[in-house]
Write a protein that binds this ligand. Structure first.
Ligand code: SAM
Length: 198
């Protein structure tokens, strides 16, 4: 890739790669067309488990198809159709990597956008289940009204998380004419016991 700095998704992949290489449990919260799922499946060790969630059956189908097409059929990828905050609640703790790619399915129904409240709920569950040193990568799309609202709420929420528990930062292009996606990077700090995030 000649331009890994071109957008939030490519930067997210570049930053996630060294962690994915050593991960045991990974979750793609919004598998959509399966690009992120395929990237994670390709990068993770053969004995790792990757959960891929989406609320739309067509997204689950497209993700399964992409995994087949890319020769990743032998990887342990568990695709589940449903709302991600519920599906994440069923996954064991100590997840190494959680990826959110918010917004709508580009080649699908643009009205099915991630829901601000559900997104925050899912992120809170993620904060409680992520392993020490584990990372949560969130790509948000402020270019639409729903996306702007979600990005704002997300930012406000992340600003309240104590820095002794998590390092949280963001990345965004500065010279784009439209309102480009923003990447939030969350890493859990070690050992100290922290209280559950309500
Ligand atoms: N990661 C995908 C890829 O690589 O192709 C793109 C994801 S797309 C930007 C956002 C996805 O979130 C859509 O496919 C949509 O169906 C899904 N979604 C929206 N609300 C959801 C929810 N509550 N639970 C799970 N998935 C949801």
């Amino acid at each position: 890739d000649m331009y890994p700095f071109r957008n939030a998704v490519t930067v997210s992949h570049m930053m996630t790669e060294p962690y994915a290489r050593q991960a045991h449990v990974l979750v793609d919260m919004t598998c959509g067309n399966g690009h992120d799922t395929a990237f994670l499946a390709r990068t993770m060790p053969d004995d790792a488990v990757l959960y891929a969630f989406d609320i739309q059956p067509c997204a689950i189908e497209r993700t399964r198809q992409r995994l087949q097409d890319e020769g990743l059929g032998d990887k342990d990828v568990r695709c589940r159709c449903g709302s991600h905050e519920q599906l994440l609640a069923d996954v064991q703790s100590d997840i190494d990597i959680i990826v959110f790619n918010l917004g709508y399915l580009p080649s699908g129904d643009h009205k099915i956008h991630t829901n601000c409240e559900i997104t925050l709920k899912a992120i809170k569950i993620g904060l409680n289940k992520i392993a020490i040193n584990g990372i949560i990568m969130i790509t948000a799309y402020p270019g639409t009204e729903a996306g702007a609202c979600e990005e704002q709420a997300l930012r406000s929420f992340l600003q309240t998380i104590p820095q002794q528990d998590f390092h949280i930062s963001s990345w965004q292009p500065v010279n784009e004419v439209h309102c480009p996606p923003v990447l939030y990077i969350v890493q859990k700090r070690g050992k100290r016991h922290y209280e559950e995030i309500p």
